[in-house]
Design a protein around this ligand. Structure first.
Ligand code: GN1
Ligand code: MG
Length: 358
């Protein structure tokens, strides 16, 4: 706490720090809530720079995005509740601090009376769809160019290759586990089909747009009544296919269980949430080309699949990427994602039919 408050004090905050406690359950950065005796509380984050290797680029992206959103939303009441605000340092206008141990930190204003949820009702799934569709529309004319904070983040060809490399290296000696083999045997046959986006892109048929790229449900802030305030966790805002935001929201929002549910019977795909989200999204995302729209059902399949590939590669590599709570956590996560993938695949005709009529 003493060390953390000395970090907070590098930023030009109002008031004095009273308390710093862990916040949220992100798998990459460390997040804390900072309570002060001043008018504002804050969110302190240690940026995982093993994963986000160019923190300067990352923070420049975030500042460009939040400034642009602020211009777009000018006139909205309570602007600070709808766009995150990052604090500058006391000594410069930089929005991150590098400490003596080469750790990187940033501080944003805590949106008062805001909450995150790990699940949504159909009504709020519709609002979430609108929120992400609106977010993408607002970023369509972003004047500054935005770099890829993790190069090829949602490139399925790369993710498939990384899994194969993990298998070949077998760094943690986990390849002999029959559960790993069984999951790989289910994953591999879908590889070519799941790499469709990269092929369409190479053929010039699919554009990249500025997307959020981490649209899981708990990256949205809600007010006490459940209304959406804003989209958070902007680290991965970068050019990508629209499939990213559509697919990744449904991966968590329309799943009937958490992404690491060990009881696979509980994991399935909720069509009602899907329909509500798709309706909300399409009401805002008017910029979609016919090819993008036509492939939204593929996006619903792609994201549980890609996440399964990423979790399994991390398990085989010995858990170096995602935070884990127990030894087999990444294996359990992979199995849950593959169960979700199977449920989506079974629902695909209905998913396609719905997208075609809205
Ligand atoms: C990570 O940081 P967090 O927990 O919001 C990951 C996402 C995954 C997600 C799985 C930079 O997001 O891509 O979908 O875990 N972020 C990064 O829960 O890899
Ligand atoms: Mg998050």
């Amino acid at each position: 706490m003493k060390d953390l408050s000395s970090i907070v004090n590098q930023f030009s905050i109002a008031g004095t720090v009273k308390e710093i406690i862990p916040l949220g359950n992100g798998l990459i950065n460390d997040t804390y809530k900072v309570t002060t005796d001043g008018p504002e509380d804050y969110v302190l984050q240690r940026i995982n720079n093993a994963i986000f290797q160019d923190v300067e680029l990352l923070q420049n992206n975030i500042v460009a995005v939040t400034n642009h959103l602020r211009r777009k939303l000018a006139g909205t009441q309570d602007l600070d509740r709808h766009v995150l605000r990052f604090m500058p340092l006391k000594v410069s206008s930089k929005t991150y601090y590098k400490d003596a141990e080469d750790k990187y930190w940033r501080l944003s204003v805590f949106v008062k009376d805001s909450y995150t949820h790990d699940a949504v009702t159909p009504e709020y799934a519709f609002y979430a769809g609108e929120a992400f569709g609106h977010f993408e529309s607002m970023l369509a004319d972003l004047p500054d160019s935005i770099g890829e904070t993790i190069p090829d983040f949602h490139n399925m060809e790369l993710r498939a290759r990384q899994l194969r490399e993990a298998e070949a290296a077998d760094k943690a000696g986990r390849m002999s586990d029959p559960r790993v083999k069984e999951l790989l045997a289910r994953i591999h046959p879908w590889e070519e089909e799941m790499c469709k986006a990269e092929r369409l892109y190479r053929e010039g048929l699919l554009p990249k747009r500025v997307c959020h790229c981490d649209t899981k449900v708990n990256n949205i802030l809600f007010d006490a009544d459940g209304n959406i305030l804003c989209v958070i966790d902007l680290d991965t805002v970068m050019p990508s296919f629209v499939f990213s935001d559509f697919g990744d929201f449904l991966r968590t929002g329309a799943a009937t269980a958490p992404e690491d549910e060990p009881d696979l019977d509980k994991m399935g795909f909720n069509m009602e949430i899907f329909k509500a989200f798709a309706k909300g999204y399409l009401s805002e995302a008017k910029f979609l080309t016919p090819i993008e729209k036509e492939n939204l059902p593929y996006a619903v399949q792609l994201f549980p699949y890609m996440q399964a590939v990423r979790f399994l590669a991390d398990y085989i590599n010995g858990d170096t990427y995602y935070k884990i709570k127990y030894q087999e956590h990444n294996l359990v996560r992979t199995a849950a994602q593959m169960k979700l993938f199977d449920s989506v695949t079974a629902a695909l005709p209905e998913i396609k039919e719905y997208i075609a009529i809205i």
